[in-house]
Design a protein around this ligand. Sequence first.
Ligand SMILES: [Zn+2]
Length: 500
Amino acid sequence: MINQLDFGGFDPAFVGTSLDFSSVDALRLFNEFRLGTAPASFSELHPTERFAALSTESVLWHELRHFHDSLLAPYSAYVFRLRIDMLVNLLGLFTYILDREISPKANCIPVPLIRWWHMNDADRATWLAMLPPRTDGAAWVPVNVPVFEERDVKLTSRVEKRLLKSFDELLRLVSAKRDRIRDLTFNPRLVSALSSFQPWQVFELSGLAVQIQDLWSVYGADDVRFFVNRIVQTPESPYSAPLLLAQQICNAAGVEFSWALAGICSAWSLFGSYEHDHWDACPSVRFSRLWHLLSTEGVDLSRSVPDLFEHWSACLKLSTVADAIAETRKIYIGIPEVLVKHFEAAGLTRDKSSDLLLRVTTGVAQSSELMAKIISEDIGTYAVPYSYLESLDRYVNANVRYVLQSTGVIFGPSRDELQTSGKVITWEVEQAGKRVVLLYAEPLKLSEKQFVTADDALELSDLFALTEFVFSDLGRERGDVQRAGRVAFGESHLLPVEVY
Ligand SMILES: [Zn+2]
């Protein structure tokens, strides 16, 4: 079972937590943990299975922490805003793709568009000539897409008459947004010949601190030691570097290894204000500076968390956690406001997608507002993994998406009955007369405080997947991306054809 890897631990494409299961056994074990019927010990298992079982037991809390961190950290709010912005522009691309005046005789769409756009006319002709004949005997006619040229174009998001020129501008706008996401999520200043320290690793440390605290409480010291050693001995694991960081920051501070301190340090590092500190608000920059400070002055663990946070911000002349959380709230509240203005300015009639975008972004803003209120009254409980896990009923409830890779699950009750019990199924196939579910979601029942429904969260992730299918050259092998594309174009006159 794999924890998701994404833009800093939180994939803005799904509002909630997303779990990938590669076998039915893993899902069964996960459900046993949820019901409290899982085995009390795994120490007899083969090491690979023991590690998999412990990961399955604890992954939900790791992912839940990512969700909560994302509602509080300015970094996540900026990434979410850029992703939504990019999505709106990508949806604009569909009006060009489907426009019969631009492409009167088109019968196929080369995907991803980013590759096709960068191919010149000669390469496009060669590619078309290599395609197998169509079943209807007609010639392949791709959608009319401009050819990318290296030149400066002033980018605006205004709506022009639909021409190839404005199609080209829209493609440039989407590419520019994608580059800005990269600017935020990848810090070139923290790359050396041997290693690279990026913001997502600080998010991972925060998730791991919570995950390991849970393992400690449920299974005890031996299993935690086994779990941690296994990760550290697997250098290719995305979690080995964050774990080493946790050990080293405790060493630097001259204290015994402590998950509480790792949780506190990652929380302070995640909550930096970009308005105040510009690029120094980057979680990995804050973490590195904190490390140097702790190596010179150590850490006084008798001080309260708010006191430590104030002290660190003051010593390092960096923004306070309160500054950061105020900024996060402002960004999230601004997203639906900007969307309304955009839809009005573009003269767009509101449709299913625009209504969905407004509902979800408003729900995310409400979630962030509630989290901010709770945290501003009591950051200490949130920062320390033990007390965080004891207080989940105070925080915003999350939806969980179950992605079943190369496997599926058969539920007894009908789809309607499942819907009534809160499960939302979006992808199922029929096999040997049985309905096999490959993708579904349901809300966790940790608190009553929930502002985005599982239905809406799934629908939005479908929209993201569809736009990735059409545009992006990354993540194309993902089942949800392929499915969203095939479903959307299933009834259309355009057949999607992959460009390599
Ligand atoms: Zn993670």
